[in-house]
Ligand binder design. Sequence first.
Ligand code: CAA
Length: 380
Amino acid sequence: MELKFTDEQNMIRQMVRDFAENEIAPVAKDIDEKDEYPIEIVKKMGKLGLLGIPIPEEWGGVGADFVSYISTIEEISKASAAIGVSLAVHTSVGTLPILNFGTKEQKEKYIPRLASGEIIGAFALTEPSAGSDAASIKTTAIKQGDYYILNGTKVFITNAGIAEVYITFAVTDSSKGVKGISAFIVEKDTPGFSVGKKEKKMGLNGSNTAMLHFDQAKVPVENLLGAEGEGFKIAMSNLDGGRIGIGAQALGIAKAALEASIEYAKERVQFGKPIAKQQAIQFKLADMATKIRAAELLVYNAAMVRQNGGKTTKLASMAKKFASDTAMEVTTEAVQIFGGYGYTRDYPVERLFRDAKVTQIYEGTNQIQRIVIAKQLLNE
Ligand code: CAA
């Protein structure tokens, strides 16, 4: 299958690539070492429209297609996977749930500000005892008059503390199991809501990951997203798109590692010639490039199907699983090609290796992706 992109898709990718190469790549090492959210860069991305790529123009976005959104995540992640995840979570699961399931009033109130980057979005599903088993969340939401009162704790929330809006999942009726989960738009100033401990992570330093606490948090009834009991469906259907984005993030990391490896292999001389002339290194580069190409086809095939209105539950899981495994394999080989230097922080492959790991874990571990793929296969 040849990947055919339209002129507009190529133009957007080039614009994002220029931005990533000029504004992000030179400071990516710094962002990682300081572990500070790069607010100025994210603001610039907002000004360029990068925080609202797939949002229709009528809602203040760029109005580009899903494929361009996916290539945006790839290009940004190639320069900094930390900024890539912030962008992906903000859009896929922080903004699109409101666009897809919100009322007109909710869209008017939040989407233009999210799409322009004036405010940042986040997604609060995971809890200390509910990770892979997302349906077992314990956070409760009890309706009292004009408010839902939320109690519980969320963990590993990307953009926590940065975001103004958190798409939050809580149990409104514990007798109904998965059909008793509802979604809420929670604003950061909600009484009873607070951001807790920031995680010190292996990689993706510079992206904020923290706990959220809901202690009698008062969420207005008009901030219920979708109907009561629709929360799990809202979470899962948006993850069908979100997981393609994580595949693209992994693809960007893998491509960065391959490019750095090729460059290094041509320069590094051992046994009287560049190591690129050694078959052992050539075979590694060939395997890395082949896996990257396969991951690219899976990611963009899933994106194109989603763009055309097709169901992407299975394709998104395949793309996310394969691309993230590819990122881990490719970055591991990249460190090997760089040898001792690859194990130091003087070269980028060490950061890429650390950043790759989490793509196999979040937005559903790769074991969960297999469950999703198998379930779809057996139901087809
Ligand atoms: N689209 C729409 N609805 C869906 C759906 C989908 N893709 N998948 C499931 N549903 C609905 C179905 O309607 C189903 O109801 P029916 O019985 O009426 O069909 C209902 O949800 C329950 O589905 P399952 O029986 O499949 O649910 P389950 O409890 O077996 O769990 C799971 C399924 C796939 C394991 C799910 O729990 C899961 O995806 N777990 C991983 C959690 C995850 O991905 N977390 C990501 C956190 S966000 C993040 O990581 C962001 C970040 O920071 C990068």
